[in-house]
Every structure is written in C-alpha cells, then in structure tokens.
Design a protein around this ligand. Structure first.
Ligand code: PAF
Length: 275
C-alpha cells in the first residue's frame, strides 16, 4: 500500500489509476467498522483509496478535536492488511490552504438531530468530503450506516452536485454485546462502557413496540427507560432515511435513530427499516 500525503501526489497517482476506484474516507483511529468498509470497497473495485484526515471543520467549539485519537502508523498497518492500494493522509494546510473559505451546505437533511446539536458539523463533513471526492475521483464512496444522518447528507451531496459516484452504505459492525463500533468508544470508562450497549437495546425495543402497534409516544417512553445510567438521552426518534424528516410512525425506508451521552462521550446508533 502506498502512502501519499499531498494533493499533488494524489492527483499524479489518480491520472494513472485503474478505471474503477472505491473510496473510504475516515478520520483514523480505525476499528473493525472502518476495515469492513475497506474490505467491501476491495471486493468491488479495481483500486481502493482510503483517507485518514481529522477534519477540523466538522468539530464545534468545545468538541474533542485536540483529544481525537490519532494513530497513523497503526491505521496504515490495518489498511494495508485489507488490501487498500493507497492511503491519503494529508496535512490540514493541504486540504485547507491559507484563505480557504468555501463551504458546502446540503440544507435541511443536515439541520435536525446531529445538525441541531452540533451546529456546523455537517457543513464541515460535506465540505471535506466534497473536496476529497474532487481529488480522488472515485466511482464509489463507502460510508458506515452507524452515522445514519451523515450517510443521508453525503448521498444528498453526491446527488445535488452531480458527482459521477455511487454511495454504498455499509451495515454497522458491533461488539459482541451489541455496542456499535466507534472510535469514540475508546473514551468510555468502565461504567460507561458497561452501560453503552443499552443504547442499542433501547432502539430494538422501540422498533419492537412500534411494530406491535403501540402508540408512538408510549413506545418511545417505554424504550427510553431502558437506557442505563450514566447514559443521558439526547434523542430517540424515527426519520425518513433520505430526507431525515421526523416521522411519527414506522414506514418504508426509515431509520430509528438515537444519541446519548455517556460522561463526555456522545454515542449514536440506529436501526434501518428498509420496509
Ligand atoms: O465519518 C467520519 O469519519 C467523517 O465524518 C468523514 C466522513 C471521514 C469526514 O471527515
């Protein structure tokens, strides 16, 4: 696997790259969930590019940019083992040269839920992924289902700006106790880690209750009671998978989504209901 750290070298590689390129953008601190994206991309493309870039634009004030876990050497080894051809790990100044001021805002799909709790977050995500897509020019982009709203934002970005690129949403990889894999799980202390799988149990119960015809608010309250302390619920909701508009009943192609704080760490999870 080749390591490239400048946009100039990436462009030079891209000019001679095979016809189908799959792209896996990441912020590093890779876990099995990321590696699954890379393996998926490997099975479907002649060449695979992964990026590791901790994107300052998507961190708000008081968020964890400085303490975000970084392990480029470890990430490099893990990606090489999945068969990735090129790892792009640029410096911040290469992606955002002095004076950089362009932003991509995809509108309402990124405004509620994570967008409301983390103002500017999805603008940062859309801007960096928009730029990376211009540099890598992939035929297919791979993103994880765990960040459901991000996946909706990126599908909208690709559609609205006409990138010639498909978007593949890869199912969430879980620990044996059901906790969705996330780089942020590293921050949990012992008590928080023990309580964290209750986030997924809560989602499963919510879906179960709705499927048996329980009224929405009653189902939500009963399911929310399953979140174990010190978990503090930010939201438990049902949304349209494309627009992320709130729903008050399950319907075809929806997500049941939840976010909760465990100490200083916010965890997200969801269940996709294709029909
Ligand atoms: O999901 C992430 O790791 C990031 O939001 C992404 C898509 C790599 C953009 O920085």
């Amino acid at each position: 696997m080749r390591l490239v750290t400048t946009t100039e070298d990436l462009r030079a590689w891209r000019r001679g790259a095979p016809p189908t390129v799959g792209f896996v953008p990441t912020m590093g601190a890779l876990h099995e969930g990321h590696l699954d994206l890379a393996r998926f991309a490997r099975s479907q493309n002649a060449a695979v590019v992964a990026s590791v870039f901790v994107n300052p634009l998507q961190f708000g004030e008081g968020e964890d940019l400085a303490r975000y876990p970084r392990d480029l050497a470890g990430d490099r080894e893990k990606l090489a083992a999945t068969g990735v051809d090129l790892l792009f790990a640029p410096a911040v100044e290469d992606i955002y040269p002095p004076g950089f001021s362009t932003a991509i805002d995809v509108g309402p799909v990124g405004e509620a839920y994570e967008g409301a709790l983390r103002p500017g977050h999805f603008r940062g995500v859309a801007t960096v992924v928009g730029k990376l897509l211009h540099l890598v020019v992939p035929q297919r982009l791979y993103v994880g289902q765990k960040d459901a709203q991000q996946s909706a934002v990126l599908r909208k970005l690709v559609r609205d700006l006409g990138y010639d690129c498909g978007v593949t949403i890869v199912p969430t990889v879980r620990e044996t106790d059901g906790l969705a894999m996330s780089s942020r799980n590293l921050y949990l202390d012992e008590r928080e880690r023990r309580a964290a799988p209750s986030l997924h149990r809560m989602l499963r119960r919510f879906v179960e209750l709705l499927k048996t015809g329980e009224p929405f608010e009653i189902a939500r309250a009963e399911a929310a009671a399953l979140l174990e302390p010190p978990g503090a619920l930010d939201y438990l909701a049902c949304v349209d998978a494309e627009s992320f508009a709130s729903l008050s009943a399950l319907r075809e192609n929806s997500f049941v989504i939840a976010a909760a704080r465990f100490g200083r760490t916010r965890l997200l999870d969801n269940i996709w209901l294709p029909q």
